[in-house]
Design a protein around this ligand. Structure first.
Ligand code: UT7
Length: 328
């Protein structure tokens, strides 16, 4: 197998469902206010998928745009990875459902469960397969229908989440590409963010439904400080690995959990806030889809120049976190 030196992004796409749920809508559902949500999180609205739109539909829409942008036909794709914590079903993987819809019959397909860092994990895994010559290209997708596991009676969490999907096509490139990545995991803090019901530990039952165990449980305040520390550390370590520093970065493309987390990360990295790409105000926290959609938006709207440096930086349940440095 021929080893590949540089693997880069050759196409991007994103899709969010039409339905907008504003903070004012939420005021009618739980004891909250637009003022509280805006000042504590930065979120103004989020998108909610329709009943006939499972995660795969969001993923397929984003994937089609990424394939078109890359000018690659689905039959040419050799690997599809979907990062999601809201798969259509426990099995088969959502990636298999996406493969069928796209008619990407040659692709090997699987899902990655790495919560909000899922897209960064997927990019890192796909990059290895292309770099070592196993596959010529990969379609990676971050897609979530978090509204399906959100407790709409819990004001601590329901104001945070939204639905959406982002995708990109990775392939060998002549210049630039993914120049470093860094992943880290700490499984000792599972109980800070998790969904207890529906797995093999607590299979679905009347009890799990009555006890609202099929919804996200989160200790937000404790996560906040860890998120700041981990996202700062991941960006620093990934940059150091490729001999760069914060001053070299054009945009940080972070997971969008809370604007206050991102301003704290910017401060710790000594970076101006304008270098931190934000879409949380429009979409809330879309877990793995947040970084995926943000990357697509940056590529589509920011007139990137050759040599620009992008840092994907994410943190989530697990705990899992990581960063990828991409030279444009
Ligand atoms: O996605 C990856 C991982 N996730 C994260 O990293 C999330 C990180 N955490 C956060 O973003 C924040 O902790 C939250 C936005 C979730 C919460 O903000 P906070 O500033 O940490 O608030 P808090 O949980 O400490 O709650 C402060 C107060 C409480 O009232 P008391 O006990 O002080 O009277 C809450 O009951 O705010 C109250 N509160 C609300 N009030 C109005 C909590 N949620 C709401 C709400 N509306 N929606």
């Amino acid at each position: 197998m021929k080893k590949i030196n540089k693997v880069g992004i050759i196409g991007v796409g994103d899709y969010v469902p039409d339905k907008v749920l504003t903070n004012f809508d939420l005021e009618k559902m739980v004891d909250t206010s637009d003022e509280w949500i805006t000042t504590r999180t930065g979120i103004k609205q989020r998108r909610i998928a329709a009943n006939n739109q499972p995660t795969s539909v969001l993923a397929i829409n984003a994937a089609k745009k990424a394939l078109k942008d890359a000018n690659v036909g689905p039959e040419q794709i050799e690997l599809i990875i979907v990062a999601t914590i809201t798969p259509d079903m426990h099995f088969p993987s959502t990636a298999c459902i996406v493969q069928s819809a796209l008619k990407a019959n040659k692709a090997v397909c699987f899902d990655i469960s790495a919560a909000c860092a899922g897209f960064v994990y997927a990019m890192t895994v796909a990059e290895q397969f292309i770099r070592n010559g196993t596959y010529k290209n990969a379609l990676i997708i971050g897609a979530e229908k978090l509204s399906s596991i959100t407790d709409w009676k819990d004001r601590n969490t329901c104001i945070l989440f939204g639905d959406g999907a982002g995708a990109c096509v990775l392939a060998p490139v002549k210049t630039g590409g993914i120049i470093s990545s860094y992943l880290e995991t700490n499984g000792n803090l599972v109980d800070l963010l998790y969904m207890p019901g529906g797995g093999s530990r607590f299979p679905a039952s009347i009890k799990t439904v009555n006890e609202r165990m099929h919804f996200i449980k989160m200790r937000g305040n404790e996560l906040f400080k860890i998120a700041v520390r981990c996202m700062t550390d991941a960006a620093n370590k990934a940059l150091k690995k490729c001999g760069l520093g914060c001053a070299d970065v054009t945009y940080i493309i972070p997971h969008q959990a809370n604007v206050r987390i991102l301003w704290a990360v910017a401060k710790k990295l000594s970076m101006p806030q304008e270098k931190i790409f934000l879409n949380i105000q429009k979409f809330g926290n879309m877990s793995s889809a947040s970084t995926a959609v943000a990357l697509s938006e940056v590529v589509r709207t920011k007139k990137l120049k050759k040599g620009d440096i992008l840092v994907l930086d994410a943190f989530g349940a697990g705990l899992v976190w990581g960063a990828c440095v991409i030279e444009w």
